[in-house]
Write a protein that binds this ligand. Structure first.
Ligand code: GDP
Ligand code: MG
Length: 304
């Protein structure tokens, strides 16, 4: 019988890959380079809801879903921390591979911490050494790799440059090789309103991170409050929630310039994503103590 299932080619592989690493090693650059923007907008099947999908790459021989590990980002006190710990365990519970991204020539305490989390979760590890283009002396790479893998267990090591897009094919081949044979987990081109909203909130969050970096309050969150289709245009109202007036001042910036730039750049991303004109308004609002309140965490979508 020729059911849709039976059209999956023999040897097709699919699975979840967690991407971890300290800030600034190039995780986002890598995922953007690996994932086609359109195929990253997919609806999730129920069994995968515990994951925050960063992107999906659909290849000839299989499908790789890159997932986030929320508990690994920075220090989060109080209720958000309890949530984050659960989330980190949940996120790693059924991923098949953990990709640890580091920067060529550097092994720091935070790299070790990310490595330890993967070991504790019992996830097989692939070491990605990013930014090899920055190495002045190419001969330094091999001794560096030897130093890092000494006493640390990795199933594979892949040096690459996410920015120059070199070594990406090798990484994808390596990941597929270690994923189980499976039906595709996601359907391509299945765009839902929910995932569009999610992706648009992510685009704002990305701009916040890019512009504010360490200044971005950990207790910030982006919510798409309103979404209207207006002819060929999407009208989107978004709120950046923070906890205190001081944080709001940072997000808004002098004369509102910071938030204006964030909105402008996020809007360009949304127009590319949605393939239509976007009218975007972004406000920053204060909701005191929300990170201390598990109920309001849930209302922001932070649920396991
Ligand atoms: P993340 O915090 O791990 O998500 O890191 P990002 O993807 O935001 O990258 C941090 C910085 O490293 C950015 O300025 C990137 O442009 C830069 N970067 C990422 N990959 C490479 C690379 O392969 N080579 C070089 N030279 N820079 C890179
Ligand atoms: Mg990032």
């Amino acid at each position: 019988m020729n059911t849709p299932e039976s059209t999956t080619p023999a040897g097709y592989r699919a699975g979840h890959v967690a991407v971890v690493g300290r800030p600034n090693v190039g995780k986002s650059t890598l995922i953007n380079a690996l994932v086609g923007f359109r195929v990253s907008i997919v609806s999730r099947r129920p069994q995968t809801t515990r994951h925050r999908i960063l992107g999906i790459s659909t290849l000839e021989g299989g499908q790789i879903a890159y997932v986030d590990t929320p508990g690994l980002h920075g220090k989060q006190p109080r209720a958000i921390n309890r949530y984050m710990n659960r989330a980190a365990r949940g996120a790693l519970a059924d991923v098949q591979i953990g990709v640890l991204v580091i920067e060529a020539g550097q092994w720091r305490e935070d790299d070790q911490r990310a490595f330890d989390v993967l070991v504790e979760a019992g996830v097989p590890r692939v070491l990605v050494i990013n930014k090899v283009d920055k190495l002045k002396e190419k001969g330094a790479l091999l001794p560096f790799i030897q130093k890092v893998v000494e006493g640390r267990d990795f199933i594979e090591v892949v040096p690459l440059s996410a920015q120059k897009r070199s070594g990406l094919d090798t990484l994808q081949k390596v990941l597929l090789k270690h994923l189980p044979e499976s039906e595709p987990l996601f359907e391509e081109d299945q765009v839902t309103d929910r995932s569009e909203r999610f992706m648009c909130a992510e685009l704002i969050r990305e701009q916040l991170m890019r512009r504010l970096g360490d200044e971005l309050p950990y207790a910030s969150s982006v919510e798409i409050e309103q979404w209207e289709e207006d002819g060929k245009m999407a009208r989107i109202h978004a709120v950046v929630w923070v906890e205190r007036d001081g944080q709001k001042a940072i997000v808004i910036g002098a004369g509102g310039e910071q938030l204006r730039q964030i909105g402008m750049d996020a809007r360009l991303g949304m127009e590319r994503l949605l393939q239509r004109k976007v009218f975007l308004q972004v406000w920053c609002k204060v909701r005191e103590g929300w990170s201390d309140d598990e109920k309001s965490l849930k209302s922001f979508g932070y649920t396991d």
